[in-house]
Every structure is written in C-alpha cells, then in structure tokens.
Design a protein around this ligand. Sequence first.
Ligand code: FAD
Length: 380
Amino acid sequence: MSGARATSTAPDFAVLGGGLSGRLVAWRLAGAGHRVALYESGGPDGANSAAWVAAAMLAPLAEAAVAELLITELGVASLESWPRILAELPEPVYFQRNGTLVVWHQADRTEAPLFERRVRANAPHWLADDGFVPLAGAQLDAAEPALAGRFARGWLLQGDGQLDNRQALRALAAGLAQRGVETHWNTTVDDADLPRARVTIDCRGLGAKSVLPTLRGIRGEVARVHAPGIGITRPVRILHPRYPLYVAPKQDDVFVIGATEIEGEDRSPVSVRSALELMSALFAVHPAFGEARVLELATNCRPTLPDHRPALIWDGAQTLRLNGLYRHGFMIAPEVADETVRCAQALFDGRVADADAFETLRRDSRWSDMLHVQGTREHA
Ligand SMILES: Cc1cc2nc3c(=O)[nH]c(=O)nc-3n(C[C@H](O)[C@H](O)[C@H](O)COP(=O)(O)OP(=O)(O)OC[C@H]3O[C@@H](n4cnc5c(N)ncnc54)[C@H](O)[C@@H]3O)c2cc1C
C-alpha cells in the first residue's frame, strides 16, 4: 500500500476502492455508526473509476433488452432508493425520473419488434405492461417537442431515470467526510500488504483482477457535448442494427452520448471509428447537434464477470468482494450496496463464521443469486 496514513487501532471496516460501489458502501456503513477506512488509487473526484465516465442512466426497463430479470429487479428497487440517498448527501445531485424515449429511423424499423420482444421477455410483466407506452405521430411530438416531426414512432419507457454521475461521486465524497470516514485518496492497495481492519470489503472494480481472475473489462467510450437550446428533456435511445446508442441530457445543456461496448481492457483514447459512431448517433437524433461543442471524449472499462451479473463473494474469512457491476453499476448500486452492508455486518458481529452460516444468510437474502463463496463456480 503506497501513501497510506498509519492508524493506531484497526477500523471496523476497510473498503478497498472508492469508485461508485466503494463510496456508497463506506458511506452506508459509517451511517450505521461504524469506523470505516476507504482506500482509493485516485483522488476524491473519482476520475480513475468507471463511474466517472458512465452516463448513469437508471433504466431498468430499457436495459431489460440486454439484461436478465435479476438485474431488472435490482434496478427497479434501486430506483426507489436513489432519491432517499441523494436527499441525505450534503451536496446536490441532478436526478430525473422522466422515462426513456426509444426511437428509430424508418430504415431500421425491423429493430423495433426485436427490442420490444427482448424487453417483454426479460422484464417482469407488470413493469413492461405499465411502462411500455407506444407513441406515434403527434403523441411522440407532444412527449418530446424538441424532436417534433423527426420520428414517426417510438416508445416512452415510463419510470426509467438518470442522475449526474460526477455530481454523485462528489456528493458521496462529501458524505464520507461528513460521516467521519477515514479516506486515503491517491493510495493504491497492494494485495500483499492489505490495510488492517476487522472486515475488508473489496470494491476495486477491475483493480481486483489479481484476486478474481475471471473478471474482465468491457471497454466503453462516451462523448460529452454542450448544445444550448435543443431542449431534449430525457434520455433518448436510438435503435440501430450496429450502433444502438443513446443521448442523455444532463444539466446546463450538456449531453452524454454513449456508449460503445468493446471486449478488452484497453483504456487508450477514443478511436476515430467510435467517435464517428457516437457523433452520427447524435446527429441522427437532431441535426441541430451539428453546432454542439465537443467537451470530452472519454474511455473506461466496465468490470464484468463471466455471467454478466453482479456478485458479492465471501472469501471464507473476513473479506467480501463486490464486483461485476458491468454496465449497470449506477442502476443497481443502492440495492447491491445495502446487501453488501448486510453481509459485512454479519461478518463483523460474528454471525457468519462458517459456510453453513453464510448459506443461511444467502437463503434469507432477497438477492440470493448475487451471493457466492469464493472458489465456487466461476468466482474462483
Ligand atoms: C462508458 C460507460 C458507460 C456506463 N454507463 C452506465 C449507465 O448509463 N448506467 C449504469 O448504471 N452504469 C453505467 N456504467 C457502469 C458503471 O460505471 C459501473 O458499473 C460502475 O462504475 C462499477 O462500479 P465499481 O465501484 O465496481 O467500479 P469503479 O467505479 O470503476 O470503481 C473502482 C475504483 O477502485 C479503484 N481501485 C482499483 N484498484 C485499486 C487499488 N489496488 N487500490 C485502491 N483503489 C483501487 C479505482 O481507482 C476505482 O476508483 C457505465 C460504464 C462505462 C465504462
């Protein structure tokens, strides 16, 4: 561990990695009255994390096109929790729950029934039935006036939301300070020299590859542009056979356009090909984006396990590893963090000391599919 401050007595919990999940877990544990230390390679802004690059769409219904029921249900439950979490943080975070608009050009219309079939197959019936609102002509224009006349048909996926990822990271850092978490920014944890604590929670994302060898990165590239006066009010997904991209409006006329999905852990700058795809998607949504100013092209990698599910893995001793949040970290973080806190507290107070006790904890969990013992199945 480089650069860590020495502590006289070990804290209750050491949280390794202060991206999205590490901040949320540490903040929750400190809120429950525990002594918590957090170790993060990067600074308090979170610029080293996948969370810094993310679009932070909270879209369980739209994501049901590519995610299974566990993820959708974690996302639905987490969407209810986000406003409560944000209300407790000491700094404001832009949050919106205004749905996702899904549109397509006439030439790509065969994509629409495929998308609808996938969503309806993966989402719970009540969510798809209530949330999936077909729009045509004037209805579509009324729902998103900025796009009037541009698309003949679309769907409003009611209930989906989004937040500002960078404001959330900043507010969580302020929340950690407010709750007295001992933060070690710019401190890279070395597996051979772990910080002392009663319980360790490993939230290092891709940084945990040394202890989770099946973990892999999936590269994602996004663009941020400034486009005053366009006035799109909610995230728009554009169906396309090769580039299924989205445009998410944030505050102050900033739009996030994303995201590519490329196997591999290459964090080099955005390629020309990807930049062209992202900008084409933007222009296809509204030609007025032609005058937008490019603020940033950014890359990071989504931490992904072989089954593309989140996992909370117990090492059989005093360490929990939270990982595999893949492309849904923001969408599912509140529930995943709560479950991590529940398991971590059980380790801390001695309720879980052997495999049988962990199995009981797992069976009692609403999210039992997420809990594993290290060394079993693909979580080697
Ligand atoms: C392009 C892109 C778009 C995305 N869009 C969305 C979206 O719209 N909605 C959504 O829900 N999710 C989205 N995601 C996914 C989301 O960002 C991730 O799922 C989430 O950030 C994972 O959280 P994490 O805490 O596991 O990892 P991270 O956020 O990456 O945090 C891990 C932290 O651990 C630190 N670390 C690593 N190794 C060490 C070490 N040895 N010592 C100390 N610290 C260490 C890193 O510096 C990092 O800060 C997107 C991701 C990408 C890349």
